[in-house]
Design a binder for this molecule. Structure first.
Ligand code: GLN
Ligand code: ZN
Length: 767
């Protein structure tokens, strides 16, 4: 009999109770004991749900108070040395200080979990002395057995991936760290074995990225040791997010089961399975249900995959599961009462996916009538869904797109021809100053929006309020002496939702929350149909702002790749096609802005970097499509219209060439946390288009002094041409207070005057 399994369940709870309790604890409104009790109840409820769904291998130790990587570090005694820690069990207080910073110490760095929008806390090894502070998987195993009679499957982040995710050591010290940490893993396993656990899941997602010979040796050493020390445990070596590398070698490790993604990288995984087979004594755990998206599984298609697998493996050695932890999808589609039935019927969030897992597991044994009925029901649901008008626009869009692509999507003039025209037209000085787009979303702005949404205010009242905010901030910007102004984005909650609500092809859930980092959750829009342009989205506010000043006002759009990466996307057409539909729609907005007299337009692409696939060959294709989508969006304008873009949240030094190819007249890049590094990469690669490196960090309320910024600017001017250099903050200012924003911008303007003067008198040599 095949087994049904799950890799991890969302921890946030159906009503985001998890988030609320934790935040109350932080705010001092819930004491520690109550926090433990509340989270225990949530944890048990989740186990119960999986039990009731009929999942046989229920994950334990997948729950967390913040992040599973932080949990692993804390369990292994990997506490950054700047925190006071004398050994032993780590307190809840210290746990959250590492995640969020304390009065005296900065938090640990947070970064994206592979190619997802989930952020983990980066373990810092440096000179910590590892110790097993407590056996978390064992505790979780005991709790599940004791409270619910569940024989759980402990989930542990594998040592190989843990080290790949950690920092504070050199690559050539990896073996030493394995020596230090492996004994702790051995103890964890031995205790689990003694307790009577059967299955253990080691998450090793790093195995989908390149594995060197040396790394393979390390993996062999780790898993041989673990298998030898806890021989009766059945180890599942779990990979996800793409196809495994070096399958033929990995499968020889002394593990009981190999866990493969059966959705992302399915073809490669299947062909490796077919080429090398599965040793007779091993199990295959296959993720046939997409753990990264919110669509109901097409059961017939999954059944076909299953049949292919059943040629290679007997059902006795098959485990059916989601492609990855369900952490990346919302809890249940049952609460989405507001969506049209045709859409709701084809949604499957975590709970619905568990049912699908069970259905597929049963399908391994018999083609039951129930199965046939479920297949037919899925087919009918998708047929009704496909019947929606918005799903039938593709042909028209594609025809128009092909025409455009044939005409070419390059600007009509080269940068060297365009840029002087733009400077001239907008009367821009040396080192032009600007901001990234948003100004403070104050409590008043948020209150106004909620009044309007609730119907307490008419649209007219709300629009008047927004207009007044724009007025006020145009005045501030003029007084400050900025060169390129913005309207401030007061009408936007979120840079993706705002556009999604105005474009065709999007729908929005009521409760489709997903954890992004710590207690922060996001509710991504769903692109369910063809993206269509329904009319101007930003023209009114931008034109209103422009009418109030003689300085140029920069229009502000979110780019196609960012909108796509921060949404759940349809799966029946390639991602590229979605990106191009978005680009074509945004191109029409660019056109509309230009036609309305706006001649500087910024297209933000902060999320380009995070969508980068895990495999090198796919990366090149992705970048190529991203560049094309950006050019399609922006190339419609006249040479003297200036296109800006903005990127943030990530290290960009490995993609400067791709950014250059997007051919934006000006880019602003966040550098607050990596200024030095980025400047370094410009030493090696020239950047010969307009560029602004953020000169101060907007993530902190601190107002930096002009001198600090002068220093940063001068450092940048050693590697970048001063005639192409722009001065701006790091990112949008929407999270900042009004006073500190104005104060910081004053300093920025002052810093600019100082450097301009030096440049004009020849003290700093322009490069
Ligand atoms: N224009 C946006 C803003 O200023 C950019 C936001 C972002 O980079 N994430 O808020
Ligand atoms: Zn930004």
């Amino acid at each position: 009999m095949a087994l049904s399994s799950n890799l991890g369940y969302p921890r946030i709870g159906r009503q985001r109770q998890w988030k609320k309790h934790i935040e109350q604890y932080w705010a001092g409104r819930l004491d520690e004991e109550a926090l433990h009790e509340e989270l225990r109840l949530i944890r048990l409820e989740h186990l119960r749900k999986q039990q009731e769904a009929g999942i046989e291998l229920i994950p334990v130790n997948d729950f967390s108070y913040y992040d599973q990587v932080l949990d692993t570090a804390v369990m292994l005694g990997v506490i950054p040395t700047r925190f006071d820690y004398a050994g032993g069990k780590v307190s809840t207080k210290l746990y959250y200080e590492i995640a969020r910073g304390s009065k005296d110490q900065p938090a640990s760095e947070m970064t994206k979990w592979f190619n997802t929008n989930y952020h983990y806390i980066v373990p810092e090894l440096n000179d910590v002395k590892p110790q097993l502070t407590y056996n978390a998987p064992l505790e979780a195993f005991r709790e599940a057995r004791h409270e619910l009679g569940v024989e759980g499957k402990p989930v542990i982040i594998g040592l190989y991936s843990f080290l790949k995710l950690a920092k504070g050591y050199r690559a050539d010290e990896t073996s030493q760290w394995i020596e230090k940490l492996l004994p702790l893993y051995v103890t964890i396993l031995k205790e689990l074995e003694t307790e009577g656990a059967t299955w253990v899941q080691f998450d090793e997602p790093a195995l989908v990225t390149m594995i060197t010979d040396e790394a393979l040796e390390q993996l062999r050493y780790i898993y041989e040791t673990l298998a030898k020390q806890a021989p009766s445990l059945r180890i599942i070596l779990q990979t996800y997010f793409d196809s495994i590398e070096r399958y033929e070698d990995i499968i020889q490790l002394p593990i009981t089961a190999i866990g493969l993604d059966g959705v992302h990288g399915w073809e490669q995984n299947l062909s490796q399975l077919q080429a090398y087979g599965l040793p007779k004594n091993k199990w295959l755990a296959i993720g046939l249900i997409d753990g990264r998206n919110i669509w109901r599984t097409n059961l017939s298609e999954a059944g076909v995959k299953l049949d292919q697998l059943l040629h290679l493996v007997e059902s006795e050695r098959l485990i059916i599961q989601p492609s990855c932890s369900l952490l990346h999808v919302p809890v249940t589609a049952a609460d989405e009462a507001k969506l049209p039935a045709e859409i709701k019927q084809v949604l499957a969030f975590a709970d619905e996916k568990l049912d699908e897992v069970v259905q597929l597991t049963n399908r391994c044994e018999v083609l039951s009538e129930q199965w046939e009925r479920n297949c037919i029901e899925t087919v009918e649901a998708y047929a009704a869904f496909n019947h929606l008008e918005q799903r039938k626009q593709q042909q028209t869009i594609t025809e128009r797109l092909n025409e455009l692509l044939e005409q070419g999507i390059a600007r009509t003039a080269s940068f060297n021809e365009r840029y002087p025209l733009q400077l001239e037209k907008h009367q821009l000085p040396l080192l032009p100053t600007t901001t990234i787009g948003s100004f403070p979303q104050s409590a008043q702005v948020r209150a106004a929006r909620s009044r309007w949404r609730k119907g307490d205010w008419t649209t007219e009242e709300y629009d008047t309020f927004i207009a007044e905010e724009i007025n006020r901030w145009i005045e501030h910007q003029e007084q400050l002496g900025l060169d390129v102004l913005v309207h401030g984005e007061f009408e936007r909650t979120d840079m993706v939702e705002f556009f999604g609500e105005k474009l065709g092809g999007f729908c929005f859930t009521t409760n489709g929350w997903v954890q992004s980092y710590g207690s922060r959750c996001v509710k991504p829009p769903i692109i369910y149909g063809d993206v269509t342009y329904r009319g101007p989205m930003t023209v009114k506010e931008t034109v209103y702002a422009q009418a109030r000043t003689t300085k140029p006002v920069k229009g502000m759009l979110t780019g196609p790749i960012t909108i796509m990466n921060w949404s759940f996307t349809r799966q029946d057409i390639p991602k590229e096609a979605i990106a191009f539909q978005l680009a074509y729609a945004l191109r029409q907005e660019v056109e509309a802005l230009e036609k309305a007299g706006i001649s500087i337009i910024q297209v933000d692409e902060p999320a380009v970097r995070e969508g980068l696939p895990l495999k090198a060959d796919a990366q090149a294709r992705y970048l190529e499509a991203s560049i094309a989508a950006f050019k399609l969006t922006t190339s419609v304008v006249k040479p003297d219209t200036q296109i800006h873009t903005h990127m943030c949240y990530c290290d960009f030094h490995d993609m400067i060439a791709a950014i250059r190819e997007m051919d934006a007249d000006v880019i602003s890049i966040e550098t607050s946390r990596s200024h030095g590094e980025l400047i370094h990469s410009f030493e090696e690669q020239t950047y010969d288009l307009g560029i602004g490196l953020g000169v101060y960090d907007i993530h902190s309320p601190r107002v930096p002094a002009a001198e600090e910024m002068v220093e940063l600017i001068e450092r940048a001017l050693q590697v970048l041409d001063s005639r192409l250099f722009w001065i701006n903050p790091d990112c949008g200012l929407k999270t900042r207070g009004e006073e500190e924003t104005i104060a910081a911008l004053q300093q920025m303007i002052q810093a600019t005057s100082i450097v301009r003067e030096k440049l004009l008198s020849g003290v700093v040599h322009p490069s």
